[in-house]
Design a protein around this ligand. Structure first.
Ligand code: BGC
Length: 252
């Protein structure tokens, strides 16, 4: 039987967040605990911080499935890239490392894929037929490609090369902050990015996630696309929800 409660942990470049999730509603059953990502983002340090976080989150809830999401390509439990974390993650048997450090089995997945799965289960992509492309605009750009609710993992569309740039360096929310771009200036870059995605994938729906999507009225109306583009429902909690839901669905 699939568990109805699970723990999701979302590892990011600046913070590691986790909570207990009610999988019938997609609501958090505990406070969301957040610890700073250790400086340098090295594997052993991140595992240690994740262990401390899990100890707090799992207090009094018994044994639950645990899902962990991470900002890298995840293939057979290995992290195969490292865009905004230490290069020590490349080629690392990360799932096994977490399982050893946490002393329990986990489900390990890319962070944007977890967010996409969460939106398909509990949010803006629920029941949507056809091709849905979710992008998270944060430190980098994460992507999740869904067709009729089925996820194609590790699409990494934040790294599309446009005008000679790895485009997440131009259009992620971190680029807006770093370069102090106005909403208009940032939207012009997003226009180029989403037009390219539209050309390549002819999606039925774009969903925009990441913390900045709560300010969607400042930039989504500035975009001129054929495809409907809407904010994610779960924003900053999407990774937690998706990792938890995947852990329950695919017990290790
Ligand atoms: C990484 C992706 C990740 C995204 C969002 C990108 O830089 O390559 O794996 O999903 O950032 O965190």
């Amino acid at each position: 039987m699939t568990a109805t409660t699970a723990i999701g942990i979302d590892i990011g470049g600046t913070g590691i967040k986790g909570a207990v999730v009610d999988l019938s509603t997609g609501e958090l059953l505990s406070d969301r605990v957040k610890l700073a990502t250790p400086k340098g983002g090295r594997p052993q340090d991140i595992v240690e911080t994740t262990r401390a976080l899990l100890a707090t989150v799992s207090q009094g809830v018994g044994d639950l499935p645990v899902g962990v999401c991470f900002p890298a390509v995840v293939k057979d439990g290995h992290t195969m890239s490292a865009a905004n974390v230490s290069s020590k993650w490349i080629g690392l048997a990360a799932e096994a490392l977490f399982e050893k450090g946490l002393n329990l089995p986990i489900h390990f997945v890319n962070d944007a894929d977890a967010a996409g799965y969460a939106e398909a289960q509990f949010g803006a992509a629920k029941g949507v037929a056809g091709v849905v492309l979710l992008t998270t605009l944060g430190t980098g750009i994460g992507s999740a490609l869904l067709n009729d609710g089925v996820l194609v993992p590790n699409t990494e569309l934040g790294h599309l090369e446009i005008d000679g740039h790895d485009y997440e360096t131009r259009a992620a929310y971190s680029a807006k902050e770093r370069e102090k771009l106005s909403w208009d200036k940032w939207a012009a870059r997003l226009q180029k990015y989403y037009s390219t995605l539209e050309l390549l994938f002819s999606p039925d729906l774009f969903i925009v996630g990441g913390g900045v999507s709560k300010h969607h009225e400042n930039f989504l109306p500035l975009l001129n696309l054929k495809t409907r583009i809407i904010p994610a429902v779960h924003r900053n909690n999407a990774g937690i929800l998706g990792a938890a839901a995947l852990a329950a669905r695919f017990p290790s």
